[in-house]
Design a protein around this ligand. Sequence first.
Ligand code: NAI
Length: 331
Amino acid sequence: MKTTIFSTHKFEKSYLLKANNDKHQLKLLEARLTEETAILAKGSKTVSLFTGDDASAIVLEKLNALGIKNIALRSAGFNNVDLTKAAELGIKVARVPAYSPYAVAEHAAALILGLNRKLIRAHNRVRESNFSLNGLTGFDLNGKTVGIIGTGKIGAILVKILHGFGCKILATDVFEDKILIEKYNVNYTNCETLCSQSDIISLHVPLTKDTFHLIDSKCIANMKTGVMLINTSRRGLVNTKAVINGLKTGHIGYFGMDVYEEEEGLFFEDHSDDILQDDVIARLMTFNNVLITSHQAFLTETALTNIAETTIYNLDCFEKQVLSGNEVSNN
Ligand code: NAI
């Protein structure tokens, strides 16, 4: 099946080609899907999209006019696709529901450790032959209270990792996981209590209208002074300007982020020759208690293999017009 792959990154190309094994006719494009680039899908029946691609109603209408029937997302999240419009146009959407929850949970743990033990600052100092330890004091994770917002696949793995460090764990989710309660002493509570009692808060809920700006100035005011906030989930969960205010007053002690509200057109790309136009991320980068990675939590060999194999499987199912089990819809 002829498929245009938008936002093909160098890091995933060899995995996609290996999984495809010349089965489907893939047109690998570096371009991000936007209103302007949709035309590049001409001649294909299917497009494959990454998290930064724009599949809003207007773009879907353009794809529909070109004869696109299917979208194979190379991600678990699908908030960049207008599912109502896709259904209206009869465009099928499939995703990669899980590729490696370990990759993301382990990256969240890496951000926690990196921030706590000030690893980036320490490394930069040593490279300049500054072996002073002043300003590098961390804290023992053992005995600290960690709040996990969302104990699905990723949140549950982070619970297990942090349990190994001797942390007390609070959680909030619409469903309580009995195994986490019984084996890892997780205490489920509401978001307010979790925020007011946790030393570290890590976000693992999807972005929905209920979770949009879940972390806002009111929520931050309710947190412990010096709290560590980690977002490896979705950009819109956090009101970044409210976090900056929290960092300026010292109310937020540490902020680790792998996803950013305005990441489209910024993350995943080399802008080292450009003048940075985004004043919000520029301000965030001035804090030495902020650790930013550009949506790399998923980036492990295991995850890339799984993403490529599931995407090719989804293309197989589109071609044979059978269900893959990976369909997404608003129903
Ligand atoms: P999951 O679906 O297994 O878990 C999500 C959990 O959130 C579920 O237990 C669900 O009940 C809970 N939830 C949903 N709405 C809620 C609400 N309003 N209040 C409380 N709990 C709620 O998803 P998984 O695989 O654990 O992924 C979590 C998120 O991580 C994804 O939505 C995605 O946005 C993000 N992610 C980030 C990646 C990265 O590279 N940074 C890669 C993969 C996923």
